[in-house]
Design a protein around this ligand. Structure first.
Ligand SMILES: Nc1ncnc2c1ncn2[C@@H]1O[C@H](COP(=O)(O)OP(=O)(O)OP(=O)(O)O)[C@@H](O)[C@H]1O
Ligand SMILES: [Mg+2]
Length: 420
């Protein structure tokens, strides 16, 4: 069986096709990366634009093997996707008190009866931990165990209606209107952490930061429990914009300078190091100092970590997470970033890579996934594979195969028209 994951990022659409063997192991068979359009700060704001980019990605997937279109998982992101924790309890009605899959469904359903603001809707739910007759159970596979009372702490992810609508306008293209939307979408920070953080890091306490182009995804763990997952509306693209203003150059030039010469730790850069701007744009005749470039970058980087600091303080875990901070996302590749994170977050910091022990690679060309920016898309595959390997699969996770006979073009036109 194939698992296809699509991360709709603010800068790039990244796709991965993995083959899941019968024993549950995963073989990475293809990666796809295209510039994304119509996505701002993680949210799809112009679905028609996003669909065009996605269409290209889907065509490649289809060419590779049509079967890959049957099991697709998407990442959803943005500040208007939120995390909630809910608790519910049910009695087990059978005389032998054996817990069945339907009981797990029922307790999760009960947990969804929480007050969420008008205009928001729950798009994803999964149990964080179960308690049977007052005793916390290791793991989340409780089907087959027995007890009189089943309690669940459940993570609920909700999205604002317009975010949900735009996301569906794009994903319905692949899943079909009757497709299993709920089972095919995962909040992106949860995918990034799945691919990067180890069980022991989560037990000790750790923060995952996915610094993308327009967002920073945050996931915080303590004692093995997810405390929060959220998306901050600031990313590495903001550094590029600041550089373009500060250096009076185009965004493209600023991006090239950031990647080639950028350093978030301005103390490490000498004032004597100069950059000839005319090599990028002939009309820019002046030289600029690399220290000036680094100072612009550092100011924005400190702002990002300042927001993370506020978040950790509000959770009461600032400076108290021994496994520290793991940085992923394309933005994590910026030189000097870990130094500033260490200062601002008063924690050990390291750059994270998707945990490739969980994937075999079909060929050496797939080494590009050994990169912090692939954390989210690799995590989507792993999350999907976890769902498949579990004894308990919530009904909403049952997947409806796509009608692959319908012409792709017709399908796009029909969906775009239906939403006009
Ligand atoms: N070597 C590098 N040094 C510094 N920055 C880099 C480097 N490589 C990529 N980036 C930055 O990473 C960002 C893109 O990261 P990523 O691919 O994770 O974004 P995305 O997932 O599309 O966006 P988002 O998650 O915010 O929706 C760009 O802003 C780019 O400048
Ligand atoms: Mg991203």
């Amino acid at each position: 069986m194939f698992i296809t994951a699509i991360d709709l990022g603010s800068a790039y659409i990244k796709g991965i096709i993995a083959e899941q063997r019968k024993d549950g192991s995963l073989v990475l068979v293809k990666t796809i990366k295209r510039e994304s359009k119509g996505i701002k700060k993680g949210e799809i704001v112009y679905p028609e634009e996003t669909v065009k980019g996605l269409f290209e990605v889907l065509s490649i997937i289809k060419q590779f093997d049509k079967k890959c279109l049957r099991n697709i998982v998407f990442g959803i992101s943005g500040t208007r996707v939120q995390f909630h924790l809910s608790r519910a309890a049910i009695s087990i009605p059978r005389p032998d008190f054996e817990i069945l899959s339907e009981d797990v469904d029922r307790v999760i359903q009960e947990s969804m009866a929480i007050q969420i603001p008008a205009g928001w809707q729950i798009i994803h739910s999964f149990p964080r931990e179960f308690v049977i007759d007052g005793i916390e159970v290791e793991g989340t596979d409780v089907v087959g165990l027995s007890g009189k009372k089943l309690e669940a702490n459940v993570v609920l992810i909700s999205a604002f209606s317009s975010v949900y609508r735009n996301f569906r306008r794009v994903t319905d293209l692949v899943l079909g209107k009757k497709g299993d939307f709920l089972g095919s979408v995962i909040f992106t920070p949860l995918a990034s952490e799945r691919a990067t953080l180890t069980k022991s890091q989560k037990e000790l306490g750790a923060v995952l930061l996915d610094i993308g182009y327009g967002t920073t995804g945050v996931a915080v763990f303590q004692d093995g429990r997810l405390l929060v997952a959220k998306v901050l509306p600031i990313g590495s693209g903001h550094i590029t914009n600041d550089l373009a203003v500060g250096l009076r150059c185009t965004i493209l030039t600023a991006e090239l300078i950031k990647i080639e010469y950028g350093n978030a730790n301005a103390r490490d850069v000498s004032v004597r190091d100069k950059l000839d701007m005319s090599q990028y744009e002939p009309e820019l005749s002046s030289q600029t100092s690399l220290k000036f470039v680094a100072e612009i970058i550092e100011a924005r980087v400190r702002e990002v970590f300042g927001l993370v600091q506020d978040e950790l303080k509000s959770l009461g875990v600032f400076g108290k997470l021994p496994a520290g901070v793991v940085l992923v996302g394309g933005g994590a590749k910026l030189k000097g970033l870990a130094d500033i994170a260490r200062e601002e977050l008063k924690s050990p910091v390291k750059i994270g890579f998707p945990n490739t022990d969980e994937f075999e690679k079909a060929h050496s060309g797939l080494a590009e996934t050994d990169d912090p920016s692939y954390a989210a898309v690799c995590g989507l595959v792993l999350q999907r594979s976890d769902q498949t390997n579990k004894k308990y699969v919530a009904r909403s996770f049952a997947h409806t195969p796509l009608d692959v006979n319908e012409s792709w073009f017709k399908r796009i036109i029909r969906i775009l028209r239906a939403n006009e």
